[in-house]
Design a binder for this molecule. Structure first.
Ligand code: FCB
Length: 448
């Protein structure tokens, strides 16, 4: 089974970049050679991770990274998106940990030697635990510690990086971590959710300025996730509910960055839930980006609800992935087109897109035709957005390989490569082969 795109698609040209993505905590293991982070603590708390697992070994990438670079190379991709583990590269006193830095330098050099562009994310949720012990993202000081980390690590990496992103999905860090409590550090308060979001956005802006200074030739930006919100019916109350949810979950993170303010619905927050904002914060937060990363997986449908303003509706009969997320590719097109209408966007890279499926390894093969079909549909949806004028320059499959899927532990497999966690053997799935063939068959040359 193949992934096929129209011959005249931008995705069919070498001007469009294809990659695969991972994150440090999800694949590295090697926990004994770094500081503890909030996810170690969360995993050690009974009942937080569905299979009771942790990131101590994960995909053992810390040991197997050379083979993993060859695996990436064998997929024919132009780029690899990875994240740096802050607790691996910094000591508690704020100095660089030479051993940790050296690991990434070797990895970055190996990628370069194999002509694979490195898209580096500085924060994919593994906050050092000692910083959490001081309030974590609820403490404004953490934003400045992050900028200091960005400063030191970008100097150490020199010219090895093609693109930096400051944060991955501040929505997840703040809302899931400090408001809904389903991700580390597992706190539950609306005020905490809003305050941590503000500090994360500030951290992004401060670090972006550092990167523009230290590394002016890399493409520097931010990665946001979007779950587009649809109304259950044409009833104006449902439409208003979907709009409110969209502000709260999506626009809350992009609007300060591109427009320098929160959505109007900020005014609806109770005073006790409003974050403390200092003069000048929005100027820092809205420092111009070289690119914006967009992560897309699914949509949510909403109905009006008296208590909260909006309530999600379970789309019982809709097709879903193994993690229960609705498969609705039209939302990918709608999202990109609507962002293009609402904002003056920098160039967009799709920094994550993919699906968890109930994969089975049979005779050394994984026939994940459901995942091939997910990629096929979403790449067509992306092609359609590009034809409608959205400037998208690249796409990363989430994920290179199966890994630690946060609160779901190892139960959900998102890889285009299968990982046998017992033997640490990697097997390219049918989707990985189809992705490779698509990339290798790019033929069309566009003339501007
Ligand atoms: C995103 C995360 C990524 C992965 C996918 C499935 O929210 O950035 O680490 O877990 O979801």
């Amino acid at each position: 089974m193949k992934i096929e795109l129209p011959i005249d698609s931008k995705l069919n040209t070498h001007q469009f970049l294809f990659g695969v993505a991972t994150a440090s905590f999800q694949i590295e293991g090697g926990a004994d050679s770094r500081l503890p982070c909030i996810w170690d603590t969360f995993c050690a708390t009974p009942g937080k991770i569905r299979d009771g697992s942790d990131g101590l070994v994960a995909c053992d990438h810390l040991r197997l990274w050379r083979e993993d670079v060859q695996l990436i190379k064998s997929l024919g991709v132009d780029a690899y998106r990875l994240s740096i583990s802050w607790p691996r590269v910094m000591h508690q006193d704020g100095s660089l940990n030479a051993e940790g830095v050296d690991f990434y330098i070797q990895l970055l050099d190996e990628l370069k030697a194999n002509q694979i562009k490195a898209f580096v994310t500085l924060y994919h949720w593994d906050l050092p635990q000692h910083i959490e012990d001081n309030g974590g993202w609820l403490n404004r000081e953490t934003a400045y510690l992050f900028a200091d980390y960005a400063d030191k690590i970008s100097r150490a990496f020199g010219d090895r990086v093609y693109s930096y992103a400051t944060l991955n999905e501040p929505f997840c860090s703040s809302y899931l971590g400090y408001e809904a409590g389903i991700h580390a550090p597992g706190l539950r308060s609306k005020a905490g959710g809003r305050q941590s979001a503000h500090h994360l956005l500030l951290a992004h802006g401060l670090a972006l300025r550092v990167l523009q200074q230290n590394s002016p030739h890399t493409m520097n930006g931010l990665v946001l996730n979007f779950t587009p919100c649809y109304a259950q019916s044409d009833d104006p109350a449902d439409i208003a509910a979907a709009q409110l949810a969209d502000d709260y979950f999506n626009q809350w993170y992009i609007k300060p960055v591109l427009d320098g303010c929160y959505p109007d619905s900020f005014a609806l927050l109770a005073d006790s839930d409003k974050p403390t904002i200092h003069d000048g914060d929005f100027a820092i937060i809205s420092t111009p980006l070289d690119f914006m990363g967009v992560n897309f997986y699914t949509r949510t449908v909403y109905q009006a609800c008296a208590e909260n303003g909006f309530a999600p509706v379970d789309m019982v009969d809709a097709p879903k992935t193994d993690i229960g997320w609705e498969i609705y590719p039209q939302a990918f097109t709608d999202l990109l087109v609507s962002l293009h209408q609402l904002y003056t966007l920098p160039p967009i890279y799709i920094t994550e897109n993919g699906a968890a499926m109930d994969d089975k390894l049979v005779q050394s093969q994984v026939q994940d035709l459901d995942r091939v079909s997910y990629y096929q549909q979403h790449l067509l949806a992306l092609d359609s957005a590009i034809r409608q004028g959205v400037k998208v320059d690249g796409y990363f499959a989430w994920s290179l390989m199966d890994n630690f899927e946060w609160a779901e532990g190892y139960l959900k497999r998102f890889g285009i490569v299968y990982v046998d966690y017992q033997s640490q053997q990697r097997v390219i799935k049918q989707s990985g082969l189809a992705y490779r063939d698509l990339i290798n068959s790019r033929s069309y040359t566009r003339h501007p």
